[in-house]
Design a protein around this ligand. Sequence first.
Ligand code: ADP
Ligand code: G6P
Length: 483
Amino acid sequence: MGKTIIISNRLPVQLEISNGTINAIPSVGGLATGMKSVHSDGDSLWIGWSGLVEEDISEELEPKIDQALAEHGSSKVQLTKEDIDGFYYGFSNRTIWPLFHYFMEYTEFEWDSWESYQAVNQKFADAIVEKADPDDTIWVHDYQLMLVPQLVREQLPDISIGFFLHIPFPSYEIFRTLPWRKEILEGLLGSDLIGFHTYDYERHFLSSVRRLLGLEVSFNDIYYEDRMVEVDSFPMGIDYKKFSETAAKHANRKEEELSELQKRLNLHKNLSPDAKFLLSIDRLDYTKGIAKRLNAFEYFLNKYPQYKEKVRLIILAVPSRSNVPQYQLLKREVDELVGRINGEFATVNWTPIWYFYRSMPFENLIDLYTTCDIAWLTPIRDGMNLVAKEYIATRTDRSGVLILSEMAGSANEMNEALLINPNNFEEIADTLDRAINMPLEEQKSRNAVLQKRLERYNVENWAKDFMGSLTEQGQKEKSYVAR
Ligand code: ADP
Ligand code: G6P
């Protein structure tokens, strides 16, 4: 049994150079946080982009960079500034990301960025081929690298390749608008196994394969050239133990061990013990519905004025893709909304919204999860949403209410949460009212079921499940080819 090569655009850490020193900063986002736990457990190599562009890497720095990455079991693919503009900010985040999240109006179809996407996918494929032994398993991740399976297959026809998509796969009617739809499908079909978070995404993919490529599909097997490709759904889990154990540890801290953030949170809790803290945590992304959530909060305060001075919304937004115009516009919109709502409702004793625009260390995330009475997550479209799962895992006393958009992949497995349509402000306001008044016993019984499920299908079991299916598929394919 060889090693596993994980390949994704983002590595578990991102490198930054400041005054000639290399700093490794943990990457944010579901893919990196989830795969990190899987990677640290086993015999794997992770290949991806270091966060630095070739132009910034001198001959003298290069060995230090390689060393810094090696400490995280990683190896880099060198990308130029032009690659990042065309492949990352261009095709990945101005074409595929909005299209696959049903934001047609944000989707750009640019030939130059498509060319860059192809060239960079080739770079990733070459990096794999350089490091791979014949008995290795290749696990390709996400929408930035959808051509990689086919490009690797061309050079290593017999190697085992799995692909997992961390974002939704859209319905055929949306996907068919893409000028390079066939090339993307063929790129993916270089894999032996293609995984999605939900059965719906899987179904959409199979429908596109059938209708655009005219291929024979039997149940979830696709017959392609002389191979058989399997498609299945694997809802990604979290490192449950890490979240629940850290939360339990936090609950037993002495006063002097508390973080500054926790002290400040406690201070406000003590000032008004019956006040409720609402929490939302996301990357600052238009798919996450942050602006809509703020508008819905304003609607709620007007509909239920009795909660003025009684609720506080904490919004933690991590900066993301700030070179893409839609993200810059969103930043401005959120800044303005927070300012306007705080201006409209604040009193001398109360600021309704606390807004943090930054990444936070893990320990502070746990402080927020464990202190806030309600997690309120309203993505307009989200492949999975791991934050919802992380919140539940940290509620060791089983108190807390999760309000979750039904448009998040995780809503499929979290029926005990209060599910809402992020576009329905009336429903949201009433659900907030319900969450604020939910009896503790009800909170506990809902969270007990959720926790049991999340603990069982954690990220480790998710990865095992995927890799197990990939191995089985290899056997099935061998007997298919032998026929
Ligand atoms: P996405 O992958 O679209 O960003 P997810 O909810 O699936 O959304 O995953 C987000 C991950 O990033 C979670 O593991 C969460 O803990 C982490 N995260 C989100 N916001 C922050 C932040 N401000 N600081 C640090 N980590 C964050
Ligand atoms: C989502 C995507 C990941 C991506 C992450 C952060 O989780 O599925 O592939 O890494 O967002 O986005 P970024 O553009 O910063 O890598």
